[in-house]
Design a protein. Sequence first.
Length: 317
Amino acid sequence: MLIAALLVYVASGTAALWLGDLTAILISRAVLGIAIGMMLTALTTLIGDYYQGAERNRMAGAQHAVMVTGVAVGTILAGFLAETDWRLPFFMYFAALAVIPLVWFAIAEPARGAAPPPVGLLAPGARFSFVPVALLYLLVWLSTISTFIVPSQLAFLLIEIGVPEAGTAGIAIAVFNVFAAATAVAFRRFRDRFDNRQLLAGAYLGLGAGVLMAASAPMGGAGAWQAMAGMVVAGLGFGVLIPTFNAWILALAPLHLRGRLVGGVMMSQFLGFFCSPFWSQPLADALSMTGAYAVTGAVQMTAGAAFLAAAFVWRRK
């Protein structure tokens, strides 16, 4: 499945190089999304199959760190290439061809019988409850809707504060992803010390504080620097958010449902990406993009405070 997804990824990602019709290009991007969803589901499920405990948490963080680092590097490189020709960034998708031999020789289907005996919700004869999973899916969806305002709308925020250069927006988004990678690398240490509620509290508070910093940026160059600092803080929060979701679903999912339930998390994320403009654009139309960022940051801070209170109450029980 993983190799098939990589081949579809390359074919659909590079399709714009020879397609001349906008509708066909949009269809190819939809196919690309399917391929990415397949890859993320397969890779996250393999982490659950290969690793347990602290090592699983370490790999969940490493996966997210590699992803956001790739986004940061890809965003900057694509920007430079697009200045020469808008089609050149699509050549970057050919890089996935180099990964296929590595997948073929290095990744083997895990031995299902080697998994440790299940406990708790997964004990033999126990009835698995999908309610916690459904609530997690809802949380992932809502989180992605609010978080995606950073890469999708930051350029418009910078234009509002008098910084129209596209390169500045690209650098700010790259900074967001680099600092997300920094915290994702340390995710295992966070997971060893804090539970899911505490981790999500920290993630939302970081995201909210960073988005509010960007929303309150003054006009001109000073505003660009404040928005950049906001991306640092928001990135630190984002680096914890996604690994927490992935580690949480891997801990909840019984072995026979792991791939399906991990796929649900990926589905929730991509639905959040799709729905995010339906959140940010009406706010921007009514309040300006600065206002949209302010509202989003306030919502994230409220979510962080709610999880912090929940963690405090839970600890006192």
